[in-house]
Design a protein around this ligand. Structure first.
Ligand code: BDR
Ligand code: CA
Length: 314
């Protein structure tokens, strides 16, 4: 059985890897890609998504979405992803045009046209598009199979000590998604910081020897540099990849149920994903929180997906 996925992203180096895994793993049926302002403006991340599609041979609809958060000023991340949002490799010209419709409408149309319980939403950027879709067509909430999102943390943040980028970039949208009556998996920093692309992984990808594998090596090279300079990492954590990996193979990481809420009024903590594994607030647990990663499993499937899209086997 394959998992049907709408990938809502802001490419973004790790978003690009998520796209490639979603397209190259036989257990995933990538239905559409939607974009949201996040790592860079929506124009830039949409162009990047189309460039990744061109180099990886991904042929699915791509629709541009929200250009700004629901209520707060825009936040972008050039320190980590560069001015283009995907600095490092030379980006090829897009092989297709974005859809004429807005990402929010594409999400709604696909979810409402599909059988109930068959479409997974995989957001790997700020949650603006998803919150707008819930508000425009609330019936999607009961029809979506699961929301597997990269964002937040059960521990510390990365954009501030308390908050992770995707959540603090649009905390009101994130709170709406966590509070929705649908199954949510939070793939936060406490998990994704285990998903580093170490030298042995990069060597395995390079050994595939295709234009796509070279592109991925260049992406990871730039990501390694910014993560070393700005976050003090020896190897870059490829956050967004872990969301798609969970749907391809549920054994790739463990989860624990918790109540998760987004801090919207903190003086220092806005955007924090407050994670209660117990009963401190007397609230029903609303989220599966990712905890322990099986790192070899993650990289084996990723190398296989790059090889498959390259027309070879690893
Ligand atoms: C998240 O923020 C972005 O910079 C990455 O693409 C990832 O989705 C990590 O905090
Ligand atoms: Ca992202």
């Amino acid at each position: 059985m394959t998992e049907r996925v709408i990938l809502d992203c802001d490419p973004g180096h790790d978003d690009a890897l998520a796209m490639i895994l979603a397209a190259g793993d036989p257990r995933i049926d990538l239905v559409a890609i939607t974009t949201c302002a996040g790592n860079q403006t929506v124009e830039k991340v949409t162009r990047n998504a189309l460039a990744v599609c061109a180099v990886a041979g991904i042929d699915v609809p791509v629709a541009a979405g929200a250009a700004a958060p629901l209520v707060r000023p825009q936040m972008v991340a050039p320190d980590i992803h560069g001015e283009s949002g995907l600095d490092g490799p030379v980006l090829p010209a897009p092989a297709r045009e974005p859809e004429a419709c807005h990402a929010v409408d594409l999400i709604i149309d696909i979810v409402m046209a599909g059988e109930p319980g068959t479409i997974n939403l995989v957001p790997t950027g700020p949650l603006t598009n998803i919150a707008l879709a819930m508000s425009k067509e609330p019936r999607i909430i009961e029809r979506v199979k699961r929301v597997v999102l990269m964002g937040g943390s059960a521990g510390r943040g990365n954009r501030t000590p308390a908050a992770e980028f995707n959540i603090v970039a649009d905390p009101e949208a994130a709170q709406a998604v966590f509070a929705g009556a649908w199954p949510v998996t939070m793939v936060g920093l406490n998990l994704t910081h285990q998903a580093t692309a170490d030298a042995d992984v990069i060597a395995r990808i390079a050994a595939i020897g295709s234009p796509l594998s070279e592109f991925v090596v260049e992406i990871l090279g730039f990501f390694a540099k910014t993560y070393r300079e700005h976050q003090g990492f020896d190897a870059p954590p490829v956050h967004d990849l872990c969301t798609v990996a969970k749907l391809a193979d549920p054994a790739v990481f463990t989860t624990r149920d918790a109540f998760v809420a987004v801090e919207l009024a903190g003086r220092w903590t806005t955007g924090m994903t407050v994670t209660d594994f117990g009963d401190a607030y007397g609230e029903e647990h609303n989220t599966q929180v990712a905890t322990e990663l099986d790192k070899p499993r993650l990289w084996d499937m990723t190398v296989d997906a790059i090889a498959a899209l390259s027309g070879s086997r690893s």
